[in-house]
Design a binder for this molecule. Structure first.
Ligand code: MEV
Length: 446
């Protein structure tokens, strides 16, 4: 059973970035009360055993590791949260943490979420009169809900269960005849709910065919979970926006211009939203949730007006502060699925110290907003390559065979020289090796 009783005292951890890996882990252990076993599970490949993996998917032959980092400084609805992020891309954890530090100066993120209601869809075809079939379903709503309630007594006992139905008639389709679509709205409580919702949809088939006289084809949830939205807003005073040679008003206005670009151009919106998803997915993955579901829902929601657009909005308040908002579907759970069976996902949830799937959704959408701000702030001022390049340089140094202190030294030299390339990293590694005593060099044993 997940122990989520520990309250993080502060997510503001000055100097966390400069600690070594073991020190950082120790800091998180102290903050979130991880047991030695939980802490140890972060040190092997993803905490997951081969045996555990073999039960998760088919044809397993191994494991695949990714970095597990912590974004600091997050305060969401007055609660301090350390945010676990699993991602291969440099700058995302640093960017989110930086944005969260600026936002906390004005109190942190204010977030909210809908009840955790998913949509199950049933596609109904071969109807003599689709209009009459639609009304028949609406007339039998209570019967449909009562039956759907019997398909997962566990979730019903936890306070969830079927809530409502919607019936949509789609007149135009490649079939050349109308399709009727039944939506069962189902409250999944703290689960993402895919299994529960799909079970209910499948079980409803005979009843729906009987009521409509039609034929039910697909029965599956919709990832456009627009009854399960999460939203977050943040305010950043212009004084907090100033950095280097850029004054606060300048940064604010450039960020708003960057947003306007994404709001009106789908080519830019795709990249803008990708920046949001850098933050969102990293937490979704860390907590064992289904990031493909979240991605699908996000982009479908971004296109809901018929034009693909920015998921976030940036503007000002009456005092001239920068204000950001983000609203998107957020179907995540803290029980069931991989959140339950993946040991590292359990550790991630414990680090966050959250009590419900809705709280998790509210933190995730706040991280998406933070990451979006970090990206467009950099793009609209110094560009992203400076920050990206020093991290990229480290990766190249490692790829060239550097280890320990050599990594930072070689990365710093490549950044100074503005020559961030693998061949340069290899040359620098060779150079360093040539200073080493012969017994410390990697000597080819042949
Ligand atoms: C890179 O992974 C994400 C960005 O392209 C997002 C953006 O352009 O807003 C920097």
């Amino acid at each position: 059973m997940l122990d989520i009783t520990i309250m993080i005292t502060s997510s503001r951890l000055p100097g966390f970035y400069t600690q070594n890996l073991a020190e950082r882990l120790q800091t998180v252990v102290q903050q979130s009360g991880l047991t030695p076993e939980e802490a140890a599970s972060l040190s092997n490949v993803a905490g997951l055993s081969l045996e555990g993996a073999d039960h998760m998917i088919e044809n397993v032959i191994g494991l695949y590791g990714l970095p597990f980092g912590i974004a600091t400084n997050f305060r969401v609805n007055h609660k301090e949260v350390l945010v676990p992020m699993v991602i291969e891309e440099p700058s995302v954890v640093a960017g989110s943490s930086l944005a969260a530090r600026l936002v906390r100066e004005s109190g942190g993120f204010v977030a909210s979420s809908d009840e955790p209601v998913m949509i199950a869809q049933l596609q109904i075809l071969d109807l003599v009169n689709p209009y009459a079939a639609r009304l028949a379903l609406l007339a039998q709503k209570q019967r449909i809900l009562d039956f759907a309630k019997t398909t997962d007594p566990v979730i019903v006992n936890l306070g969830g269960g079927p809530r409502d139905i919607e019936v949509r008639l789609i007149e135009d389709s490649p079939l050349g005849r109308p399709q009727l679509v039944l939506h069962l709205l189902y409250d999944c409580r703290d689960a993402m709910g895919a299994n529960t919702v799909n079970t209910a949809a499948e079980a409803l088939r005979p009843m729906v065919e009987e009521i409509t006289g039609g034929r039910v084809n697909l029965r599956i949830l919709s990832n456009l979970a627009d009854h399960r939205l999460a939203r977050s807003t943040c305010t950043i005073p212009t004084t907090a926006l100033a950095f280097d040679e850029f004054d606060g008003e300048f940064v604010r206005d450039r960020v708003i211009e960057a947003y306007a670009f994404a709001a009106s151009d789908p080519y830019r919106a795709a990249t803008h939203n990708k920046g949001i998803m850098n933050g969102v997915d990293a937490v979704v993955i860390a907590t064992g949730n289904d990031w493909r579901a979240i991605e699908a829902g996000a982009h479908a929601y971004a296109a809901r007006s018929g034009q693909y657009t920015s998921l976030s909005q940036w503007g000002t308040d009456s005092q001239g502060n920068l204000v950001g908002t983000l609203e998107m579907p957020m179907a995540v759970g803290i029980i069931g699925g991989a959140t339950k069976v993946h040991p590292t996902a359990q550790v991630a949830l414990k680090i966050m110290g959250l009590q419900s799937a809705r709280e998790l959704a509210e933190v995730i959408v706040s991280v998406g907003l933070a990451q979006n701000f970090a990206a467009i702030r950099a793009l609209a001022t110094e560009g992203i390559q400076r920050g990206h390049m020093s991290l990229h340089a480290r990766q190249l140094a490692m790829a060239a065979g550097a280890s320990g202190d050599e990594i930072e030294k070689i990365a710093a030299q490549m950044v100074n020289e503005k020559q961030i390339r693998l061949d340069r990293a290899q040359a620098l590694v060779e150079e360093i090796k040539s200073y080493l005593p012969i017994e410390k060099r990697d000597v080819d044993p042949r």
